[in-house]
Design a protein around this ligand. Sequence first.
Ligand code: COI
Length: 366
Amino acid sequence: RPMTMQFTRAEHPQPTPASRRAEILQAPGFGNFFTDHMVLIDYDADRGWHAPRVEPYGPIALDPSAMVLHYAQEIFEGLKAYRQPNGTIASFRPDANARRLNSSARRLAMPELPEEDFLESLRALLAADHEWVPAAGGEDSLYLRPFMFATDPALGVRPSNTYMYVVIASPAGAYFPGGLKPVSVWLSSEYVRAAPGGIGDAKTGGNYAASLLAQAQAAEHGCEQVVWLDAIERRFIEEMGGMNLFFVFGSGADARLVTPELTGSLLPGVTRDSLLSLSVDAGIAVEERKVSVEELRKGVASGDITEVFACGTAAVITPIGRVASDSDDYAIGDGQPGQVTTALRDTLTGIQRGTFADTHGWMTPL
Ligand code: COI
């Protein structure tokens, strides 16, 4: 298709009053409030992606036999729009999210959406709802949630012929109620998130559904988050809930970072990838490799591992302050975010909020 998609726009007949919007933006929390509009694009095998449009935010009618409701052929993305100091709006590496959406689409036997159309879909929504992007200077942003699902009304197990792509947006403050307070994690040996050859490296709802019971088990053990181990040996640390992990070895000028390698059962995080680059920029050595439960325990005990943190788009960087399992329970650090954790977080959020030089060209105007 030679031209960029042209989105039609139907204004919300009764948009949220400015006073109510201001009230929401005062303390948005995470994922509780939605803007006035949404983007929709339809797909069928004959026409491909068609009828791109912006509509009032609201319920979507689905046939009860719609395939997504039965066999979970669904994928999603998450990225943020940030108000820049000059009042414009930019997002962080949306091209990376577009590529990951398509990599998830391939794994789930769904059609790919051209990267330009992904970007245009975000621009179309922001054109209607730009007033929902929180003010510059704070931690808040507008979280964008693109997703795609199978709509064929049929019960046979096969890839759908029809799909919907939708984008909704939600003003976002801190993901974790405790803000930057280190979280406690439970190493799950009973449940696993994903196995080799499975769908662990696709951003699909099923992986998050699989996490809920393990998350509840973590809570029963007094921990805030679950940490997943590899499915085969239950020995190597993969990721935390829905976030990637980093281990800081040493400190000061000798600090180096290790993050679990992408084995195919981990989600390839955009924040993870960005932190790998920022560490190199800062002269901090980084290694992608397997880290075992024993290595973590011994490393923390010997003082070799000084900080552990999780990273993702929603919570950015979250320190980990305690590790528990059937056989372990120990603290990491002194209850405060570590130095490397804090420095990386400040650098990344500075780039995103436009107060730090964007030397990689990551920020994209929306
Ligand atoms: C993340 O941004 O870290 C996520 O995985 C999104 C989460 C809300 C599902």
